[in-house]
Design a binder for this molecule. Structure first.
Ligand SMILES: Nc1ncnc2c1ncn2[C@@H]1O[C@H](COP(=O)(O)OP(=O)(O)OP(=O)(O)O)[C@@H](O)[C@H]1O
Ligand SMILES: [Mg+2]
Length: 398
C-alpha cells in the first residue's frame, strides 16, 4: 500500500435474517462510491444475494458495477482449493485408505466455521490489496456472523496451544505409525498449510478488532424478536472487541400510510423504536422507511442510501464506542470491556496463570495478559453500565 492512500475502512453489516442487510450493504456501498471512495461490497452469503440487489452478474473476484464501485461474492469452495490443497490431499489419502472412496473430500472439509474462515481470509486479502478505500461486508445472519467474528479468537487459541504440540508428537510418531499401519500420517506440509492459515487469521483479527479500521452496523426491524436479538448481538460484538457505530432501523411505516389497517402496526413500531433508542443510547440510530416497492438495482439503492444517510458521510459519519481498553490511574491498572446488556449471572471472570478467561453467556474469550499485568493481582471485577471493569493492583498492595 502506498503512503498517500486514505486509511482503509471496513464496515460489517449484520442483523437477523431478512431484516435488510444485503440492501443496506449495497446502498451503503453505492453511497460511499458516489462520495468518491473506491468501494468494494462483498457478501459472505452463498445465496448470491448481492446479484439480486444490484441486478447484475457478480463473480468470485471484485466485479465492477460502476466506476469506483465493485462487488464480490466469496466462493468458499474455490478458496478451499487454493488455501488448503495440502490438507485436502492428505484427507483424500486417508479416505482412500479407509475405503471411503467416492466421497468427495470437499464434503468433509466444509465443517462448521470453515466457510466463515475463508470469507474472513478473503476480506483480509482484499483489504491488503490496496485497491479499495472502503470494504462493506454483507454478513450472514447474526448467529453465523457471531461465529465468524469469534473465530479468530478461537482459532488463535487452538493454533497457539494445540498445533505445536501435535506437530511435535507427529514428528516422533510418524516413523512408527508408518511401520505398523498404512494409515497416512499428516506430513509437515499439512502443518505448514495450517500455519499459513493461522498467520492469516492473526491478520484478520488485527484488522477487525481495530475500531479505527473496522466498525459494525446492526440492521434491525422495529419488531420484538429482532430487537431482542440485536441487543444480544451488541453484547457479543463488544465482547469480541468489535465496535458498533450505528443501528439501522429498517422498514418503518412512513407517515403517508394512513390506512387504519396499519394503525396497530404503527403503534407497535413506535414502542419498539423507543426501546431501540433507549437500548442503543451510545450508538447512532438511523432509520429507513418501508418503500412502496422492492429496492433493487443501482438507481433505487442510490435513492435508499440517500434517504438513509442524508447529509452524513456514509462511511465515517458515525462513531462507535471503544469496546476494550487498558488504562492506568494511581498505581492501579483498569481493564474495561464493553459487554452491553450482559447480566452478572451470565458473566464469569477466571484467571489461569498468564491468561484471563472471560465468559459471557455461551461465548468465551481468553486474554493473554501483558507482562505488566501478569505480575499483578486482580483486586476486583465490576459490571457497571454495560462495561466490565477489572482492576489489577501490585501484589504487595493486596
Ligand atoms: N426499506 C425497504 N423497503 C422496501 N423493501 C425493502 C426494504 N429493505 C429491504 N427490502 C427488500 O426486502 C427483501 C429482503 O432484504 P435483504 O435481502 O436486504 O435482507 P437480508 O437481511 O439481506 O436477508 P438475508 O438474511 O436473507 O440475507 C429484499 O427484496 C429487499 O429489496
Ligand atoms: Mg442478505
Amino acid at each position: 500500500m502506498s503512503d498517500d492512500r486514505r486509511p482503509l475502512k471496513i464496515l460489517l453489516v449484520t442483523g437477523k435474517g431478512g431484516v435488510g442487510k444485503t440492501t443496506v450493504s449495497a446502498a451503503t456501498a453505492v453511497a460511499a462510491a458516489d462520495g468518491g471512495a473506491k468501494t468494494l461490497v462483498m457478501s459472505t452469503d452463498p445465496a448470491h444475494s448481492l446479484e439480486d440487489a444490484f441486478e447484475v452478474d457478480i463473480g468470485a473476484q471484485p466485479t465492477e458495477i460502476q466506476p469506483g464501485l465493485f462487488a464480490q461474492q466469496i466462493d468458499t469452495q474455490l478458496q478451499l482449493k487454493t488455501f488448503w490443497s495440502d490438507i485436502h490431499d492428505q484427507l483424500m489419502a486417508v479416505f482412500d485408505w479407509g475405503g471411503v472412496g467416492g466421497i468427495e473430500a470437499e464434503e468433509f472439509l466444509i465443517f462448521p466455521g470453515m466457510d466463515e474462515l475463508f470469507s474472513l481470509l478473503e476480506v483480509k486479502e482484499q483489504a491488503n490489496s490496496g485497491r479499495f478505500d472502503v470494504i462493506v461486508v454483507d454478513c450472514a445472519p447474526t448467529a453465523e456472523t457471531l461465529r465468524l467474528l469469534s473465530l479468530p479468537e478461537v482459532l488463535s487459541w487452538y493454533f497457539e496451544r494445540v498445533l505445536p504440540t501435535e506437530r511435535r508428537i507427529m514428528k516422533a510418531a510418524r516413523p512408527i505409525l508408518q511401520r505398523v499401519s498404512k494409515l497416512p500420517v499428516p506430513g509437515d506440509n499439512v502443518f505448514a498449510a495450517a500455519e499459513t492459515v493461522f498467520a492469516g487469521v492473526e491478520e484478520v483479527k488485527a484488522l477487525l478488532a481495530d475500531p479505527s479500521i473496522t466498525t459494525a452496523r446492526l440492521v434491525v426491524n422495529p419488531e420484538k424478536m429482532v430487537v431482542a436479538e440485536a441487543r444480544r448481538t451488541y453484547t457479543y460484538l463488544g465482547f469480541f472487541g468489535y465496535a458498533v457505530d450505528a443501528v439501522v432501523v429498517n422498514r418503518l411505516l412512513p407517515d403517508e400510510v394512513t390506512d387504519p389497517y396499519f394503525d396497530r402496526w404503527r403503534e407497535l413500531q413506535r414502542d419498539h423504536m423507543a426501546t431501540i433508542t433507549e437500548s442503543f443510547e451510545d450508538v447512532d440510530v438511523i432509520s429507513l422507511r418501508l418503500f412502496d416497492e422492492e429496492m433493487v438495482g443501482v438507481d433505487k439503492l442510490r435513492t435508499l442510501g440517500a434517504e438513509l444517510y442524508g447529509d452524513r458521510n456514509p462511511v465515517s459519519g458515525f462513531t462507535g464506542a471503544v469496546p476494550f481498553s487498558i488504562t492506568e490511574a494511581g498505581g492501579e491498572i483498569l481493564m474495561s470491556l464493553a459487554v452491553p446488556f450482559a447480566t452478572k449471572d451470565e458473566l464469569d471472570v477466571t484467571r489461569r496463570g498468564s491468561e484471563l478467561l472471560i465468559t459471557v453467556g455461551q461465548y468465551r474469550r481468553s486474554f493473554v495478559l501483558p507482562d505488566s499485568l501478569q505480575r499483578r493481582q486482580i483486586a476486583g471485577a465490576k459490571l457497571e453500565d454495560g462495561t466490565l471493569r477489572i482492576t489489577f493492583v501490585d501484589a504487595e498492595d493486596e
